[in-house]
Design a protein. Structure first.
Length: 386
């Protein structure tokens, strides 16, 4: 009976996800609304190409133009242009090879048998990108149409492809051109926010009387999620750069240029923070392992270290708000600078005490303190203007 309910649960979850996406698209700008806009633009490009080729020009086989127009409304204008060129070349190749095979065999089945293997192999050529498969599908369309082989027929098919490409690219470029800057800001702001969450979690667990290898494994898992966020930021930055190619100049002339995304120096800064948090959690995981030599620090010094991590976590949250343009006032680091310095001094004293108790504990505490100093230096750089 439980197995019978699983498909229903999946359907219910999918329905909830669809409802949330529809609500998000209705409420305001975001990924969901961008997806709706691009989908409607693709549908509009296909209808426009059909109207031009089938209604205005009176072509009874106006298939190629709307097909090409739909698939060329891509995520960025640059990708539309690049893939349009690749697809046009693939369609030309497919039309020529199919027409040649039809002329040789004088039979559609024989022409398909002769042309499809060759076109599938040629479609793997790197210069076609992902558009190489259109060479084979074009051959199928050409031969299924049943029109006799002639130079005018081949020119007609290529002309329809060119018409569809021009319409698809024009619609994508001039009707709400897609600019992917929001994802950069959102992913970049999520990095300090999630970094602060990890530091607060570690600080809270360190204050507990007992923490073990299992607790440290949870910290390591949360740090791994930060690494995935770094990868998402890198992908968003790449999309952002591509979406501004071929669009920023015209938008600037029309006084519609979008506000710039945060500089890439911020990406590198929070990548360093993520790396230091990952190193910190690994150090704690090694210290918590009963089978390893390093021993975790104990007593008041551990509470001091937890307070220091909590302070850095607060600064991370303030930086996340700043990146989103939220007013944070003076920021927690202004009021906490003296506290941080005092904690640092007390931890240095604790490090000297641990050095007298044994090298293992001193090594762990010294490593943790160095990682905390690196974190603070990146989270609250002195030279950055406020």
């Amino acid at each position: 009976m439980l197995r019978g309910t699983r498909p229903l649960d999946r359907v219910r979850r999918e329905a909830v996800a669809v409802g949330q996406a529809v609500r998000a698209a209705w409420q305001g700008p975001g990924r969901e609304r961008d997806l709706v806009v691009q989908s409607l633009k693709a549908a509009g490009a296909g209808l426009l190409a059909w109207a031009v080729a089938g209604v205005w020009l009176g072509d009874p086989m106006a298939l190629m133009a709307p097909w090409v127009a739909v698939v060329l409304v891509q995520a960025t204008v640059y990708s539309s242009v690049r893939q349009g060129g690749q697809q046009f070349a693939a369609i030309c190749l497919g039309s020529l090879v199919a027409s040649g095979a039809q002329a040789i065999t004088d039979d559609n089945t024989g022409a398909l048998a002769l042309s499809l293997p060759l076109l599938m192999l040629l479609g793997n050529w790197s210069h076609f990108g992902r558009q190489g498969v259109y060479a084979a599908t074009t051959a199928v369309f050409v031969l299924a149409a049943g029109t006799p082989v002639s130079a005018s027929a081949v020119g007609h098919r290529v002309g329809q492809a060119a018409l569809g490409a021009l319409i698809g690219i024009a619609v994508n470029a001039f009707v709400l051109p897609p600019i992917h800057l929001r994802d950069v800001r959102e992913n970049l702001a999520a990095l300090p926010r999630e970094a602060g969450d990890v530091l607060h979690t570690v600080a809270a667990d360190l204050r507990e009387t007992e923490w073990d290898a299992q607790t440290a494994a949870g910290w390591t898992s949360e740090a791994a999620r930060l690494q995935r966020r770094v990868e998402a930021l890198s992908s968003a930055r790449s999309w952002s750069r591509e979406s501004l190619r071929l669009t920023y100049g015209p938008l600037r002339v029309l006084h519609r240029a979008p506000p710039p995304a945060p500089p890439e120096d911020e990406d590198h800064r929070w990548q360093r923070v993520t790396g230091n948090i990952t190193a910190l959690t690994r150090t704690l995981a090694v210290a918590a392992d009963e089978h390893r030599t390093p021993a975790p620090p104990e007593g008041p010094v551990l509470d001091l270290y937890a307070r220091l991590l909590g302070l850095i976590g607060d600064s991370c949250h303030a930086e996340a708000a700043r990146l989103l343009g939220e007013d944070t006032g003076s920021g927690p680091e202004d009021a906490a600078e003296e506290t941080m310095e005092e904690l640092h001094r007390q931890l240095q004293d604790g490090l000297r005490e641990h050095a007298g108790q044994g090298a293992a504990q001193a090594a762990v505490l010294g490593t943790l303190l160095l990682q905390a100093e690196n974190l603070w230096a990146d989270v609250v750089p002195v030279s950055r203007d406020r």
